[in-house]
Design a protein around this ligand. Structure first.
Ligand code: DAT
Ligand code: MG
Length: 151
């Protein structure tokens, strides 16, 4: 499906380090379409919902503090297999285990400062997009190069 969507965010460290541009560029150059984007400093309650699955982890409190420490660049990217491929573009959760050429493998060292987020499955992508964006913030348009990217 070329209209699959995923939620990608540049975390506060990525924003402060000037990595919004390079991260967007990787998705753009791959051929994916940007469907929504905004800068937002998320509240504790919002982040607790976003990371609800991890609430029993020892790093949960630190994760919520870090994620709420400054603006996050929240985005929706669209295209064929974008959820799975987005995770490949991001790299492994632990940057030290990420291959060079991935975002985390090129720009990060510590797991608690891994510069970006990406949905891990189509179902979680749907939930995350609904949590971070109102339906009217998602833009529908045909990418000019669509027919040069897909056969
Ligand atoms: P991912 O972000 O790759 O989907 P995740 O959902 O398991 O990974 O965890 C969410 C975030 O929590 C992750 O990006 C960084 C942080 N995190 C995960 N494991 C951690 C750990 N062992 N120590 C500290 N932070 C961790
Ligand atoms: Mg995750």
């Amino acid at each position: 499906m070329s209209n699959e969507q995923t939620f990608i965010a540049v975390k506060p460290d990525g924003v402060q380090r000037g990595l919004i541009g390079p991260i967007i560029t990787r998705f753009e150059q791959r051929g994916y379409k940007l469907a929504a984007i905004k800068l937002i400093t998320p509240s504790k309650e919002h982040l607790e919902k976003h990371y609800a699955d991890l609430s029993d982890k020892p790093f949960f409190k630190g994760l919520i503090t870090y994620m709420g420490s400054g603006p996050v660049c929240a985005m929706v990217w669209e295209g064929r297999d974008v959820v799975k491929t987005g995770r490949v573009i991001l790299g492994a959760t632990n940057p030290l285990a990420s291959q060079p050429g991935t975002i985390r493998g090129d720009y990060a060292i510590d797991v608690g400062r891994n510069v970006c987020h990406g949905s891990d499955a189509v179902e979680s992508a749907k939930k995350e997009i609904a949590l971070w964006f109102k339906p009217e913030e998602l833009v529908s348009y045909k990418q000019a190069q669509h027919d040069w990217i897909y056969e």
